[in-house]
Design a protein around this ligand. Structure first.
Ligand code: ZN
Length: 221
């Protein structure tokens, strides 16, 4: 499994239309092959559920459609969220076999509009990603997230979350639209402005948008 993890380096590759990205990034990441596989899983899922992605994918409705009870509660600060599945009986304290819980008490240094909504959407998508990618055929399955994790499974669930919240096709279309309405200047300021627009449109954090733009650079080159 370890060979699936690569050190991803981005050296000023060709940018997707409408996006200028020249920063050099080096971080632990999953392989390009695995990313393509996850894109395929997401694309099939959105098609199967007939999801409209134009105004930001409604990830909570998708999880509910799958039978999940999705709740936001106050958890200890070290827990970001968790996922529990038990096909045989209801999960204790619920009347559901599938449960996603988000910590609504997360603390962040970022000062960003709608941050709680954006973060909780991401965590929901991340937990749902574990269900789609890692549960296999287990009747009982649980996963707890404690924040910064670089395990292979968490990197994959993060990728799944970015992919489903910013679906490849529509994300590229919006990037192209921004190219028409915003100066093609290579200034950092313009890049930041595009990130901000994308963050508002797809209802994800700016950091999440930056990572998705990196994903695109890797996938499309
Ligand atoms: Zn996780």
């Amino acid at each position: 499994m370890k060979s699936n993890i690569i050190e991803f380096q981005n050296y000023q590759r060709k940018c997707p239309p409408g996006v200028k990205y020249t920063k050099r990034v080096k971080r632990k990441d999953i392989s390009r092959v695995r990313k393509k596989k996850i894109e395929a899983v997401v694309s099939e899922l959105l098609e199967e559920k007939g999801v409209e992605a134009s105004g930001g994918v409604d990830i909570v409705s998708i999880a509910k459609w799958e039978g999940f009870l999705v709740q936001k509660v106050y958890l200890p600060p070290e827990t970001v969220g968790f996922l529990a599945v038990n096909e045989e009986e209801f999960i204790e304290g619920t009347e559901s076999h599938k449960w996603i819980v988000i910590n609504r008490g997360f603390v962040s240094a970022e000062n960003e509009a709608g941050l709680e909504l954006k973060k909780s959407r991401f965590i929901t998508a991340h937990e749902y990603g574990h269900y789609m990618l890692h549960r296999k055929d287990l009747k009982k399955f649980a996963h707890k997230d404690t924040g910064e994790s670089s395990s292979l499974e968490d990197l994959e669930a993060d990728y799944f979350a970015r992919s489903i919240l910013m679906p490849l096709d529509i994300f590229q279309i919006v990037c192209r639209m921004l190219a028409g309405s915003i100066s093609r200047s290579e200034e950092e300021e313009d890049y930041d402005r595009k990130v901000e627009y994308l963050s508002d449109i797809f209802k994800v954090t700016k950091e999440c948008v930056r990572r998705r733009l990196e994903d695109l650079l890797e996938l499309l080159n």
